[in-house]
Design a protein around this ligand. Structure first.
Ligand SMILES: NC(=O)c1ccc[n+]([C@@H]2O[C@H](COP(=O)([O-])OP(=O)(O)OC[C@H]3O[C@@H](n4cnc5c(N)ncnc54)[C@H](O)[C@@H]3O)[C@@H](O)[C@H]2O)c1
Length: 356
C-alpha cells in the first residue's frame, strides 16, 4: 500500500507525538518536519533524519506530492497555514484551537466547509475508549434518562506565562476539551451558564474555573478545570474524572494518565473496566484520517473544525461570564515565580513543554 506523504509543521511537544504515532502506524511517509526554532530542527534531524527538515513552511505547501499537512504550531500561525493548505490542495490535521481568535476560527470553518479537502482537529477525548464506552452504555438505556454531566480536570500543569501564549487561559487552552466533551455527551448545544473563576497566585487571568448550567435538552452540567492542583507539593498528583448521572443509574471514569477506570452501574449491568489510558489518542486520530484519505470517504467520527470552534467559543463565553462575577485573587507572584522555576528544571512533570 502506498504511504500518505505528510508534512509536519510545528515540532514541539505535540509535533513529536504525531511523528511517533505516524512512524508506528506504517501508513505515513513523513516527508517534512518544519519548525521555526533551530533547536527543534536540530532535534528533528537527530531523531528522524529521513525527513526533509526545514524552517520554511512554503517548502511543504509547495510540494505537490504532499497530500496532508499536520498543523501543530501554536494557535497564532494556524489561520494563515490553514488558508495556505486549502490553496495548495492539502488535507489538514490541525491542533486545537484552529486559530488565535474566534473571528479567524469562524472564517476557517466557512472555508473548510466549502472545500472538498479532508480536515480534522485533535479533540482527543472524542477518540478515547472510555468516553465512547460510557456513551455507548448511556445509549442502551441502562442509566435511564441522561440528567447530569459532571466533568473535572485539575492538574499541576502549565503555569501562567510558561507557554501556549496564544491559546488563552487554562480554561480555554485545556478546558475547551471538557466544554466539547460535555456537549458531545448531551448531544445538543449549551443553553444557560454561570461561571466562577479564581485568579490563583493573583495572575491577571483566572487559572481555575468552574461553570455550571444547562443544555438545550434540559440536561445540566458542571465543568471544573484548573492548572492549580498542588504545583508546589513535594509529590504532585491530579484529579480528573467524569461523572454521568441518569434517572436510574450512573457511569463514571477516572484515570491516573496511565490507566483509566470506567465504572458502569445500570439497571441490569454492573461493570468495572480498566484499560490503558491511551494518552492523546493520536494513533486513533491519524488512523481514521489515513483511512479517510485512502478510501476517499471521511470518517464521520473525526472531530471537525466546527466542533473545535464551538468548544473554543463556549470556553471563551464561560471565561467572560466569570469576569462578570466576583473574581477573587489568592496567592502571590512569588509563589508563581517558584512554580515557574520548579517547572523549568523539572524533567518529568504535568504538561511540560520541550526546552529547545
Ligand atoms: N489536543 C491536545 O490535547 C493538545 C495538547 C497540548 C497542546 N495542544 C495544542 O498543540 C499545539 C502545539 O502545542 P505544543 O504543546 O506542542 O507547543 P510547543 O510550544 O511545544 O510547540 C510548538 C512548536 O511550534 C513551533 N512553531 C511556532 N510557530 C511556528 C511556525 N510559524 N512555523 C513552524 N513552527 C512554528 C515552535 O517553535 C514549537 O517548536 C498548540 O496549539 C496547543 O494548543 C493540543
Amino acid at each position: 500500500m502506498e504511504k500518505i506523504r505528510v508534512g509536519i509543521i510545528g515540532f514541539g511537544r505535540m509535533g513529536e507525538k504525531y511523528l511517533t504515532e505516524m512512524r508506528a502506524s506504517g501508513k505515513w511517509d513523513i516527508a517534512y518536519i518544519c519548525d521555526v526554532s533551530s533547536g527543534a530542527r536540530a532535534y528533528a534531524r537527530e531523531i528522524y533524519p529521513d525527513a526533509c527538515i526545514t524552517g520554511d513552511e512554503d517548502e511543504v505547501f509547495n510540494d505537490p506530492d504532499v497530500k496532508v499537512v499536520g498543523l501543530f504550531t501554536l494557535a497564532d500561525s494556524r489561520y494563515e497555514q490553514v488558508k495556505k493548505a486549502l490553496a495548495t490542495g492539502k488535507h489538514i490535521i490541525a491542533e486545537k484551537p484552529v486559530a488565535d481568535t474566534l473571528e479567524h476560527e469562524k472564517e476557517l470553518v466557512e472555508l473548510v466547509g466549502k472545500s472538498d479537502l479532508f480536515t480534522a482537529v485533535n479533540l482527543y477525548l472524542r477518540n478515547s475508549w472510555y468516553h465512547n464506552c460510557i456513551r455507548d452504555f448511556i445509549s442502551t438505556g441502562e442509566i435511564g434518562d441522561l440528567a447530569i454531566i459532571r466533568v473535572c480536570h485539575m492538574t499541576p500543569g502549565l503555569a501562567p506565562g510558561e507557554g501556549h501564549e496564544y491559546e488563552g487561559p487554562a480554561f480555554h487552552d485545556c478546558g475547551m476539551h471538557y466544554v466539547d466533551i460535555a456537549k458531545w455527551y448531551a448531544g445538543c448545544g449549551y443553553r444557560t451558564w454561570h461561571a466562577q473563576g479564581l485568579r490563583m497566585w493573583s495572575y491577571k487571568d483566572p487559572w481555575w474555573l468552574q461553570c455550571h448550567g444547562t443544555f438545550e435538552n434540559g440536561v445540566v452540567f458542571d465543568i471544573t478545570q484548573g492548572f492549580v492542583y498542588g504545583q508546589l507539593a513535594k509529590d504532585q498528583t491530579h484529579n480528573s474524572y467524569i461523572d454521568i448521572i441518569g434517572t436510574k443509574g450512573i457511569a463514571r471514569m477516572t484515570h491516573d494518565f496511565h490507566t483509566a477506570v470506567v465504572e458502569l452501574r445500570g439497571k441490569n449491568v454492573t461493570e468495572r473496566i480498566e484499560k490503558p489510558f491511551g494518552g492523546k489518542n493520536i494513533d486513533r486520530l491519524c488512523d481514521l484520517f489515513a483511512d479517510s484519505v485512502i478510501s476517499g470517504k471521511r470518517a464521520e467520527s473525526l472531530p471537525t473544525f466546527r466542533d473545535s470552534m464551538v468548544a473554543s467559543e463556549y470556553a471563551w463565553k464561560f471565561l467572560d461570564d466569570a469576569r462578570t462575577h466576583e473574581l477573587p485573587a489568592i496567592g502571590t507572584e512569588a509563589e508563581l515565580e517558584a512554580i515557574r522555576h520548579r517547572r523549568s528544571i523539572m524533567k518529568d512533570g504535568y504538561g511540560l513543554l520541550h526546552k529547545r
